[in-house]
Design a binder for this molecule. Sequence first.
Ligand code: GRF
Length: 221
Amino acid sequence: MDSGTLSVAVLISGTGSNLKAIIDAQKSGRLNVDIARVISNKADAGGLVFAREAGIPCSVIPSAGAPSREAHDAAISRCLDETDPDLVVLAGYMRILGGEMVARFRGKIINLHPSLLPKYPGLDTYRKALDAGDAEHGSSMHFVTEGLDDGPLISQAKIPVLPGDDPESLARRLGPVEHRLVVATVELFTRRKVEMSPDGVWVDGELSAGPMMLNEDDQLV
Ligand code: GRF
């Protein structure tokens, strides 16, 4: 690994298709990252299989049965401290991080969320977009702060809502777009200095006017 390689930890809870997209992009040479560790709060998360197949160190830190959220967060923090990554990617990590942990890793944790934030934080985003009659849906990547799905927006990707769509069809179409978004966003961190401030997101010392959008060439513009 050369010294310019971005060290990344990925937190998952489930299928891990976005983790797999990062692994594949690293293998193909598109992403100059070292996936230093995958952490799951569930022992049966499918994404652990992808990680193990790729030879990535994995830690399972079960949330079920943890004495408290703080205790679970503290265990994750210790594991991240040992890994000391440049960037922590929450890719389908279905837990809210406590304030202490967020403060500790401020500006280093990013989350993938399946809506065009600030619309629809939380769950059931596909149903919410359909109920609102939205013409577009999409995914966002943002810095993690104390609020739920609330931190400064880094990037977004959109898809049209089509006549006859239901939550399942929307989710099916958004999936591959999210994979492209997560890879392009991690790539952004490998090439440019991306920083969070109370004003928003700074890229190479310039304040972004809004989230960067994924284009058809998988670039963020
Ligand atoms: C994605 O839709 C992501 O936006 C949300 O959880 C899902 C994770 O999917 N936060 P996967 O586990 O990466 O397949």
